[in-house]
Ligand binder design. Structure first.
Ligand code: BGC
Length: 521
């Protein structure tokens, strides 16, 4: 498929195909999402395994065993238990900041390699854990791994992809996150049945498999042309670009990449640079998008689905099974997004997904509220009730999986100009991890206190984020990554922050630097 069609007067259209080379490369790189996904999926299931709780968190175990627990909302409320889940996210937050420099100075691949190796070490320690401190140490290493991978993989994908397919290829990352979650849920389901109760070791140690995949993957992947130019390897970069795009005529794109890179080299302090007025829109998105992504409440379902299903009256087995069901929905709905993102655009998916999540949150809150009331004592639960709750949780997951899930990673990675790309992406990852941490850390306590109102709390944020997207997020579909400046310049609000000379029309940085004025006007 050729993609060299002109998009409009002031937009560029670089020639290039969706070559097998770029497709395979992107699939391998996207595997970086597996480690993140595996981890998200595995911890909730493991903490629902009685043998695991008994060994590491005996007080939670005892509480659960006492049949007399009258308040179901509070049975899992334990700070150490949440610390187990959430310690990882603090580590990931720190690592993503370090990764910024490595990704920028040594290329995207090296960060991916670090990610794989650290994650592998964490998996081994966790699988062999004898005490809580080993669990936490292992998770800190896993977190470092995720910080590196999540910082580099989305950038890698957005730079490699021909712009017309950037959305679809980038969402490969989210797809592998969801596959990782699903695999983890399925494994938990089976490992929980192992006699002797050591199945959790397999669950935690199993994280080595995705870790090895991305480690080996990062060794065989080519560097992105952007990153090679950024490190001064011009000739190799041009050759690589030809190979990736599958056409000889890559001159225009190459020139723009070099120009962007020259502008980027002039930047001595990438972090301080982020504070400039012209980057206000980018910074706003780097903070608000991950913040809102986490405030959809998705990780309440991802981390604690088994716990949650348990709380609302499912047996241990049924709870793990329900987590598998939501996992399948998550994967399938992500595929819908891959199909539609470059056709229907980002904004449509954000708004539709938000609406869908909102309805579901209201219904789930109503169902749980009606049955559990304020005191958390449900009495006998009819079957239809469980089915309705699971159904609406699935519709909610689908809404997230084709909107905020993938777009939360795609949009930031495609809007940052090269000179701030790596640093800004680190902000995106850190904010994401910070709020993942906060949600993970306080969810069980919130469930205990807010009860069914917890779902309304997240619903409120879904309303806010939809308003935000509607007014402040420009459409980025089908715009070459080095041309992205145009979307701010023509935006009703952001145009006041970017001056004409920041992003000349049709204009590469070359135009500004060379002083020839914009072409295509
Ligand atoms: C989010 C994760 C979430 C996952 C669910 C990702 O995009 O960053 O926090 O658990 O989607 O599929």
């Amino acid at each position: 498929m050729a993609v060299g069609i002109a998009v409009g007067d002031n937009k560029k259209a670089y020639p290039g195909n969706l070559t097998p080379f770029v497709t395979v490369t992107c699939i391998v790189a996207a595997m970086g999402g597996l480690i993140f996904g595996y981890d998200i999926g595995i911890s909730g299931g493991v903490t629902a395994m009685p043998s695991f709780l008994k060994k590491f968190f005996p007080s939670v175990y005892r509480k659960q065993q006492e049949d007399s627990v009258s308040n179901q909302y509070c049975q899992y409320d334990s700070q150490t238990l949440t610390m187990f889940t959430s310690s990882l996210y603090l580590a990931a937050l720190l690592a993503s900041l370090v990764a910024s420099t490595i990704t920028r100075k040594f290329g995207r691949k090296l960060s991916m390699l670090f990610g794989g190796v650290l994650f592998c070490a964490g998996a081994i320690i966790n699988g062999a854990a004898k005490a809580v401190w080993m669990l936490i140490l292992g998770r800190i290493l896993l977190g470092f791994g995720i910080g590196f991978a999540n910082q580099s993989v989305p950038l890698y994908l957005s730079e490699m992809a021909p712009y017309k397919f950037r959305g679809a290829l980038n969402i490969g990352f989210q797809l592998s996150i969801t596959v990782g979650i699903l695999v983890a849920n399925v494994l938990n389901y089976f490992f929980a049945k192992i006699h002797g109760g050591w199945g959790w070791r397999l669950s935690l140690g199993g994280a080595m498999v995705p870790a090895l995949i991305i480690t080996v993957g990062s060794l065989v992947l080519p560097d992105t042309p952007n990153s090679m130019i950024e490190r001064g390897q011009h000739d190799e970069a041009r050759e690589k670009l030809r190979r990736i795009r599958g056409v000889d005529d890559v001159d225009e794109e190459f020139r723009d990449l070099v120009a962007a890179s020259e502008a980027s080299i002039k930047v001595e302090h990438p972090w301080r640079n982020l504070l400039q007025r012209k980057y206000r829109p980018h910074m706003t998105m780097a903070v608000m998008i991950p913040f809102f992504q986490q405030l959809t409440g998705i990780n309440v379902i991802m981390f604690y689905a088994p716990v949650l299903f348990n709380t609302i009256g499912f047996g241990s087995n049924a709870s793990l099974m329900s987590a598998v069901i939501t996992g399948v929905v998550n994967v399938v709905a992500t595929m819908v997004s891959i199909y539609g993102v470059d056709k229907w655009g980002r904004r449509f998916l954000f708004l539709e997904g938000g609406f869908q999540m909102l309805i579901c949150q209201a219904v789930v809150a109503a169902c749980i509220g009606a049955k559990f009331g304020i005191d958390g004592n449900p009495g006998e639960l009819p079957k239809w009730y469980a089915i309705v709750v699971v159904l609406f949780i699935c519709i909610y997951v689908a809404g997230f999986a084709w909107s905020w899930g993938p777009l939360g990673w795609l949009v930031p990675s495609e809007i940052f100009p090269l000179e701030i790309r790596s640093a800004a992406q680190s902000i995106n990852v850190s904010v994401n991890m910070l709020f993942t941490f906060i949600v993970a850390q306080i969810f069980l306590t919130m469930l205990c206190h807010l009860k069914f109102g917890l779902f309304l709390f997240f619903a409120f944020f879904v309303v806010l984020m939809s308003i935000f997207v509607y007014y402040f997020l420009p459409e980025t579909k089908g715009i070459p990554i080095e041309e992205m400046g145009q979307v701010w310049k023509t935006h009703w609000f952001w145009s006041r922050f970017v001056a004409d000379e920041d992003y000349p029309i049709g204009g590469s940085y070359e135009m500004t630097k060379g002083g020839q004025g914009p072409k295509n006007v």
